[in-house]
Design a protein around this ligand. Sequence first.
Ligand code: GDG
Length: 745
Amino acid sequence: MNTKTIIVANRLPIEFKISSNTIEIKPSVGGLATGLNTVHKQGKSLWVGWSGLAEEQLNDVHKEKIRELASQAKCVTVSLKEKEIEEFYFGFSNKALWPLFHYFLEFTTYEPEQWETYVKVNEQYADAVLQHAADGDKIWIHDYQLLLLPKMLRDRRPSLSIGFFLHIPFPAFEIFRTCPWREELLQGMLGADLIGFHTYDYVQHFLNSVRRILGLTVKFNEIMQHNRTIKADSFPMGIDYNNFYNTAQLHKHRNNREVSEIMSKLNEHIINYPDSKLILSIDRMDYTKGIPNRIRAFEYFLEKYPQYLGKVRLMMLAVPSRSNVPQYRKLKKDTDELVGRINGKFATIDWTPIWYFYRSMPFDDLIDLYSFSQIALITPLRDGMNLVAKEFIATRTKSDGVLILSEMAGAASEMHEALLINPNNADQFAAALHQALEMSPEEQKTRILALQKRLSRYTVDKWALDFIKSLNETCQTTTEHSISKLLDKLIMNKMLTEFKTAKNKLFLLDYDGTLVNFRGNPENASPDIGLYDLLDNINKNTNTEIVIISGRGRDSIEKWFGHKNYTLITDHGIWIRRKDKEWLQLEDPKTEWKEIIRPIMESFVDRTPGAFVEEKKYSLAWHYRKADPDMAEIRMRELKILLTGFVSENGLSVLDGSMVLEVKNNIVNKGRAVLNLISGTQADFIFAAGDDHTDEFMFEVMPNNAYTVKIGRSESIALYYVNDIADIRSLLANFELKQISSASQ
Ligand code: GDG
């Protein structure tokens, strides 16, 4: 199949500039654009993102030109108005999400209006993607500005393969839970098939939030949502290693004429101070990067080790960033003052401790800065990955130099040979600088070579290809396991036609997880008015029988549906009450075993706050939906092992349901009950829907012409699936008498 990959990011890999009333274009700098180049350039691909210019700035000629240039670069632009840029980008993205995800709660502000614009702009991205996406296309979404996009796409086009990658940290649950829109953000991300992070820790934080906030089941790194499986994994982003290494090599052999301005300055420095060492730091001017901390720690170092006065220089490049956001403006002011104060404090006639540049530089100058410095001081307070650390290592063509790296950068989890420090510990900071300055060339070489070996292997190309490969595998596994097909419009129409001509119609509907959502306490999952209306309206069709078939005990089903003219099957198939008839017991399983199992389950309740035992007439269920997910997981495993030994010898089985372990008699299942029912009816239209493995018994015994529907996309023998409860309900609405009659008019 000729499918394509659509990359979606806030920005495009090209930058547009209005210049003398025409539009100019240049490639964007930065890791993401380079990193995705391989995916974007090879094969069929499209990149969707904002042009970088506000709609108000553009006239029709500009717009047309942008469209044309973008299309030549295989890009599609999302157009944003000034207000949207302010509220979506500078607002919710950078005043709420950015500080929250980097643990800067004190900078996090939540404005409902900004949130609304964030939702709206994500919708605009969804519109742009869907205009160009065909069935089977792969969509790769990037970063915190687009957290809601995966779900928006999934809802509107379920067949897409969707990958999402977060470039910043995912914070610990205790931090993330403070966000007023935490559920929406998680649900948004879960629209993807594969969710990637830089490190294993971020994956764990994310999974933890998913379990605790959404109450979903997580098995290893897979999340079960309405039986859809979503995978979360770590993909540490690399760099274009050869580009950095080779350019650094080339610069070594340049003659003087080609030497850049910065390099001439650096050359002067080495002539004037042959023994002094350059310490480099490069970051965007961002409070997460720990710039003031670094300057203060450098001051502390100079005080503690005065022998280095005049012998070292901190060369600090801070690239302007988000200067519309107040904290960034304050940071710039604080940094200027700090640099001024420290330079004033230590400077001599011919030496200043800090060279400070507040601007961005061309790539070639960057390479000179990297290769000319002996030490890189990369000490963010929090950083998703940090590519600068990797780029510094790649330019060490002479295998010398030392990297001092903050433990709080994602890169630290794979760059063990760097000197890792806690950026808040000034003593450790100073000691590491001292160690770096005194490190023998042999030790430098050993460390650099080990780091280079890893970086040259896991490059940014490899990262991108690995992610895409994993996305393909994730989607393939889901498709292979789930034989079910999405129940689309075509099948819906076919079903309706058959329904209209059928003489006897039967609807077999599971209750929890199919018609209503799970609740913490099963008693609270009573039917809503909308559900009653829906079922009643279907039931009004002639010769139509509605069967509620549930694992629940007879009491609750009778309480909720006893007054309705439906057939009820309860306790996994022990009891049946046909339409207009009395309750009839289909099976009479033994229950003495409950006296043994109950105390075991109760002892596990005592040790697991939030868990409880549900006593059903013929089964016992240990629920743990409300318990702490980590603890519940451990206890559930222990309990399952204990129960398994007992049940196999006693004709019982343990059902591992959605946040519940249920022990019941082996001979009882929905399949037997349904078989009993359909053998006595002449139904020529059968529709059966269910969400978990207890419903598989029902699907198993269905005749070939029945429509079997699974809620959620996961392994099942049902012929079709729908995504969730909302979908099955709107599908069932097509069978309401009023719909049927109006359609036939
Ligand atoms: C986010 C996450 C994560 C910097 N100054 C100049 C310049 N750069 C280039 C560097 C590097 C990139 O920009 C900066 O990347 P970082 O990773 O250090 O930081 P963020 O911009 O905060 O990026 C981060 C990253 O996403 C990728 O997932 O690592 O944690 O925060 O490539 O070389 N390039 C040029 N001139 C400059 O002045 N040409």
